[in-house]
Write a protein that binds this ligand. Structure first.
Ligand code: 5SP
Length: 231
């Protein structure tokens, strides 16, 4: 097992608190059952290429009411355990792959939220027919390839899909949503929003054919929301 560099210790402990708190948002927003979801955040090291970055993630199979900052696990970007008393999430390899190949990403979330996962089961991208989708996703929410857990397959599928999309969410085929963000809070927001639009558009489709939004309007909405909205 590696060690946390002295220069990163304080930021790692703060990230443990952040990631522990954000896991409580998954059941709060109805995104998980039992332990079926995880949140991680990158802790940047000293190396310019990010090779000494670390990630903080939940321990595998632990229910959300048992999670505390001290229970959070620290890994390197190969997914190897650096600090922690329990095994890291079974999705750690996927989170680590995303951090290695998308240096701008600071947070990753995975859930099996019902409506988004139903779209994943059908391998159907969520069409951009809501202004909320244009705001948050800049277009459709794409489908990633079917990939088995256990190696870099899921992470590779996430990166290959999101590299060609403005969306911070990808629906991995027959599995469920993975989301990314500049930090873990942004990735949790994307997980909440992808479940919301998956539900709304599912309802809309029960009533008829949703009307598409023109590409120019999607661009305008996305630009405003990403660069003007909020504080
Ligand atoms: O999708 C899977 C397993 O197939 C995982 O997302 C688990 O559902 C959550 O695993 P842990 O984070 O508790 O290891």
């Amino acid at each position: 097992m590696g060690t946390i560099p002295e220069s990163m210790r304080e930021r790692v402990e703060e990230t443990r608190r952040i990631v522990s708190d954000l896991h409580a948002e998954l059941p709060r927003w109805g995104l998980v059952v039992w332990t079926a979801g995880n949140v991680s955040q990158r802790v940047r090291g000293e190396a310019a290429d990010g090779s000494d970055d670390l990630l903080v993630i939940k321990p595998s199979g632990v229910t959300y009411d048992e999670l505390t900052p001290d229970a959070m696990v620290v890994c390197d970007l190969d997914g190897a355990l650096v600090d922690g008393t329990r095994s890291p999430s079974s999705d750690t390899a996927a989170h680590a792959y995303v951090y290695r190949h998308m240096p701008e990403v600071g947070g990753v979330v995975h859930t099996h939220s019902t409506y988004a996962t139903a779209w994943a089961a059908r391998r159907e991208p969520i069409p951009c027919v809501l202004t909320m989708m244009a705001d948050e996703f800049g277009g459709p929410v794409p489908i990633g390839p079917f990939a088995l857990i256990g190696d870099d397959s899921i992470g590779r599928g996430i990166v290959e899909t999101l590299r060609t999309s403005r969306s911070p969410a990808v629906l991995m085929a027959n599995h469920g949503p993975f989301t990314i963000g500049k930090d873990a809070r942004s990735a949790v927001k994307a997980a909440v929003m992808v479940e919301e639009v998956a539900r709304t558009i599912h309802v809309a489709q029960q009533l008829g054919q949703p009307h598409p939004i023109d590409a120019a309007d999607i661009d305008s909405l996305y630009d405003r929301y990403q660069n003007v909205y909020g504080q």
